[in-house]
Every structure is written in C-alpha cells, then in structure tokens.
Design a protein around this ligand. Sequence first.
Ligand code: SAH
Ligand code: SF4
Ligand code: F3S
Length: 374
Amino acid sequence: MKYFIVTYGCQMNVHESEKIASILENKGYVLAEKREEADIIVFNTCAIREGAEDRVFGNVGNLKKLKKKNKNLIIVLCGCMTQKEATAQKMLRTFPFVDVVIGTFNLPKLGDYIDAVKKGRQLEIWQEGDIDETLSYKRTSGDNAWVNIMQGCNNFCTYCIVPYVRGREKSRKEENILNEIKEIIAQKKYKKITLLGQNVNSYGKDLTVPCSFAKLLKDICALEGDFKLSFMTSHPKDLTDEVIDVIASEDKIEKYIHLPAQSGNNRILQKMNRNYTREKYLTIIEKIRNKIPSCRITSDFIVGFPGETEQEFEDTYSLVKQVQFDSIFAFMYSPREGTVASKMENQISDEIKHERVNKLLNLEKEIQKETGKR
Ligand code: SAH
Ligand code: SF4
Ligand code: F3S
C-alpha cells in the first residue's frame, strides 16, 4: 500500500506533512513516487489567499480520474482550508469521491479516520486542540530539521485567516523542545534546525513556567553539537532587544531575520492591527544592523489592503527602498471570509493590486542588482 502527500502553504504545513507521513508509515504505507501509484492521497491545504484555495479546488477535482481507475483509493483533505466548516462542507459536496475531510486540530487522529472510511465518508472539525507530544515525524527536508515550538496565533491582523484556522497561541514546554532537538542532534543527519511558529517572539508567554524566546534560543545553543539554528516568523511588535543580542552573540544562530513589515504606512498598519509604526519598524532594523552588521533581513508586504491610497502605497515603496532588504515577498491583498478587513469599505481593484505588486518586485530587483544582494 502506497501514500502520496500534496502540501500547500507555509513551512508549518510542510512540517505537518512530515507528521502525516509518519502516521501513514506507522500504518504500513510506503511512499509512492507519484500520485497515480498511490492507495491513499492526502491534500494538506492552505487558506492564506484565494489563489491558494483555488489551486486546491482545481487539483482535488483532477483526482476524480484516479478514483475511477482505483475504486479503493482513499482521498483525504486536511489543513487550514478544511478547518473552515463552510469550505469543508462545500468540498464534500463538490467532490463526492473524497473520503475524509478533517480540520487542523484533528490531525493526530488521522489514522482513525482512515480506518473508519470502511463505514462511510468522514467529516470532523474540532475547534481546538493541545499540541500532540506523542507523534513522530518522517523528516523530509534534507539536512534541515523543522521543530515546531508553538501553534496558533493571537494577533488577529485584520486581513489574516490564520488565527481562525490555527486557534490561539499555545507554546510547547521548553523541556519537550530541547529533548526533540537533542534527538535530532544525536542522529547526526541534520546541519540545520529551524524553529517554527506564527509569531516566535511571543513563545512561552502562555506557559505555566514562563520562558522567553531569547531563553529558549540560548538554551538550544548550549546543547552540544554542530548545527546552525534559525527560526520563523518574527513579528516586529514582539522582537525584543534580548533576542537581537542572543542572535548577535551565539555563533550557532544563523544571521538572518525574516521580519514581515506588511506596509510602510502608519494608517494602513493600524488598520491591519499590526501594533507597530513605520518608525518603530525602522528602529528595529537599525538595532539589528548595529548589533549584527552581517545580518540578512527579509520581509513580507501586502499591497492593495482596503482603502490603500497611491500615497500610502508609496510609503511601502519608500520603506523597501530605505531598508534595502535582502529579499521580499509581496502579496496582493486577498479578502478572507470572516476576517475584519474583508468587510472594510474601499476594496482595491485587482488591476491596481497587480500594478503595485509589480512596482515593489521591480524595486526589489533594482536593489538586488545595486547591492549584489541575493
Ligand atoms: N505569521 C506570519 C505570517 C503568516 S502568513 C507573520 O505574521 O509574519 C505569511 C504572509 O502572508 C504574511 O506575512 C502576509 O504578508 C501574507 N498574507 C496573510 N494574509 C494575507 C491576505 N489575506 N492577503 C494577502 N496576503 C496575506
Ligand atoms: Fe496572521 Fe498576523 Fe498572526 Fe501572522 S501575526 S499569522 S499575519 S494574524
Ligand atoms: Fe500556513 Fe496557509 Fe495555514 S500559510 S498556517 S498553511 S493558512
């Protein structure tokens, strides 16, 4: 029996697919080279932008042919998109050949849903769940080992679906993280360890024995072994001086920070509920560059947020120009149902969004040419 996993979205999902692979291998499945050979296909989905969801819809539709050829093929949909009840229902209706549809919190029980397919189609979406410490991972990212340090997000940026599909912030106990990393080091297969969380700088705030992200970094670096440590993603509002100092002083930490700014305009930043200003963001960049001159800095931007004027977009443009990021991701704002921004007035046309995203990406190219940065 063979399995095939299709993963959409962020590193968090990539890492969760490693968990799915482990669950399936424990049930006796082996990896198929292509989906045509599989007895079970799992789509681990993403809901961050409409484009991501459209891709999933199209690709699930294409599975119909495979199911026709192999009546026993099991098709599973999981991840952020199916955590939304309405979307999950719609997928069940649209794709009668899909067998299991579950939400993000149900993943640890994937094996049970697969067993239950004999009795009929499975749909279950839990609204919350604790981090499962009993599961293992089939690591698939070469010499990099992902380590999840927390789940969920409390920030509710007004454009973002993540808090709705991943729940509130929950940190793993430091001891559990350190034990997992010790095991990774002992295997001697991994040169890189990357810590994952939607907002790693607020790690530990919810623990009964509080632990800061800076302390976690220090304690990981104190472990014996030869490895490079990195992490994502940092939120500017919570990036402390202490974290910058630890990055500067620890040789094991990669000199790299991904620090999404989203916009360079204070009115838009406020409407996004980002809780920092352009000036505060620039101060953080200055601190990083003072203390860690060699640090690579990258960022994410959203263009065409509701009500964004040409002048407000120019502020984003000028921020990118001023900071000279090593690279940026620029996204066209995509309204997500249920979020605050999706109900705001003055939604921007696709044409203007395209124009603005192209301007930013051209600027990025110019900067990279000038500075030789990559
Ligand atoms: N937790 C991370 C980012 C998660 S999503 C953080 O806060 O930085 C990754 C990126 O997708 C975000 O940084 C943002 O730029 C983009 N994004 C999120 N929601 C979006 C939306 N509705 N439309 C367009 N881009 C979006
Ligand atoms: Fe979304 Fe904001 Fe949370 Fe990032 S910090 S996941 S952008 S709500
Ligand atoms: Fe990641 Fe997409 Fe979910 S970006 S957290 S897989 S909505």
